[in-house]
Write a protein that binds this ligand. Structure first.
Ligand SMILES: Nc1ncnc2c1ncn2[C@@H]1O[C@H](COP(=O)(O)OP(=O)(O)OP(=O)(O)O)[C@@H](O)[C@H]1O
Length: 277
């Protein structure tokens, strides 16, 4: 079993063009074929195919327990799975050693519903911890280097929070904390961002705000985002494509704009009110 070395992209903070780019025909960052996860007797994910390209946002939709989080966990080998193929960020996840999986996880940024920040630490320090995957982040005095601090500050600026760099995260609003968490993910210089219900704790205006930011990052930095959502309207507005899961099976895969009541019904069974929320 070998792990394939990948070249990290340049630091995201210094990438030049803020111009919006559409998803490109670049090689996919994620290719999954017949991905399957079973917990005991329960099949949580069955025969899932997935392609995600740089620059695009793919929303996972599905009822609670449909397998959205399980799919994300399979992508980095956190959950045991079987598949005909699963390649993520240049690595064959099926054939990774534990060390290879650690390297893969260093290439994948995570954003969570409850932010997972350290509340008593400043926004800047929380962002700096995102760089701990990379080698030599802390000097002999136990502090971060000036280049790292500058990069973290750039990233806070990127998410509109440079002015709150020194503020403890516990005193930031929910939307601000999620922005810090996104900056922390970017500090990893990730090749993929997995956002598991990142707006479930936020009001609708902030939810749009955060999803707009993730979409901009996907476009401008060409870092694809896989995001699980519970609101169909948000997927339609902010995602390029949707994977609709029902009881672990893909029941819709296609452009977000193609989601109509019929697809909502296939994904959720009934509640068409979700379409416009
Ligand atoms: N570690 C585990 N052990 C056993 N069963 C599990 C485990 N993790 C998830 N499951 C089951 O697998 C199924 C899929 O769960 P998963 O968390 O992926 O759903 P989800 O779509 O993310 O749900 P939600 O929207 O509520 O977060 C569920 O039936 C869940 O109970």
């Amino acid at each position: 079993m070998t792990s394939t070395a990948v070249t990290r992209p340049a630091a995201t903070a210094s990438l030049p063009s803020p111009r919006e780019q559409r998803p490109t025909a670049a090689p996919p960052t994620v290719v999954g074929r017949r991905v399957r996860v079973q917990y005991g007797e329960q099949v949580a994910l069955n025969s899932v195919d997935l392609d995600v390209r740089p620059g695009e946002v793919v929303a996972l939709l599905g009822h609670s327990g449909s397998g959205k989080s399980t799919l994300m966990k399979a992508l980095t080998g956190i959950t045991p799975f079987t598949a005909d193929a699963l390649d993520v960020a240049g690595r064959d996840v099926l054939r990774q050693t534990p060390a290879g999986l650690r390297e893969l996880r260093a290439d994948v940024g995570h954003v969570f519903q409850h932010f997972n920040l350290v509340p008593r630490l400043s926004a800047l320090t929380n962002v700096l911890t995102g760089g701990l995957h990379n080698s030599g982040p802390i000097n002999i005095f136990g502090t971060f280097g000036s280049a790292q601090r500058a990069q973290a500050l750039d990233l806070l600026d990127r998410v509109g929070l440079a002015h709150k760099a020194k503020q403890q995260c516990r005193s930031l609003s929910g939307g601000e904390q999620q922005r810090v968490a996104i900056a922390r993910a970017l500090m990893q210089q990730p090749r993929l961002i997995l956002a598991d219900e990142p707006v479930a704790s936020l009001d609708p205006r902030l939810a749009g705000n955060i999803l707009g930011l993730l979409r901009d990052i996907a476009r401008q930095e060409q870092i694809p985002v896989i995001v699980s959502l519970h609101v169909v309207g948000l997927a339609r507005r902010y995602a390029d494509r949707v994977l609709g899961l029902h009881s672990g099976e893909v029941v819709f895969a296609g452009p977000a704009a193609h989601i109509t009541e019929k697809e909502v019904h296939r994904i959720y069974g009934t509640d068409t009110e979700l379409l416009e929320n």
